[in-house]
Unconditional design. Structure first.
Length: 102
């Protein structure tokens, strides 16, 4: 018996797109506004306490240890082994709601 192919629902696709675009947008903003801009970068390195500088420091700490690639690889392996853990089609929950409403 073969496993069914991964086919997200419309709602799951919308959430994947939203999360993906927000993540890429934050990464581009962080790179070109803070890391490439010497004024912002020096202010963050001097100890400016903003959420942007906190993200800058966190990225600089985690990047040399390849944490981002490791997390991506772990999620991909988890989805390969047990796809229902990462994305569930919600059929069980819908049946439960319909049964309770009846």
């Amino acid at each position: 018996m073969s496993r069914p192919l991964f086919l997200p629902t419309a709602r799951q696709t919308n959430w994947l797109l939203i999360v993906g675009f927000v993540a890429v947008g934050e990464a581009l903003y962080l790179r070109y506004h803070v890391m490439e801009n010497s004024t912002e970068s020096l202010a963050c390195q001097a100890g400016l306490a903003t959420w942007l500088c906190g993200t800058f420091r966190l990225a600089n700490v985690l990047f040399p240890y390849q944490v981002f690639g490791g997390i991506a690889l772990a999620v991909a392996l988890l989805n390969l082994l047990r796809p229902s853990i990462v994305f569930d089609n919600g059929s069980v929950g819908r049946r439960r709601i319909r049964g309770g409403a009846a």
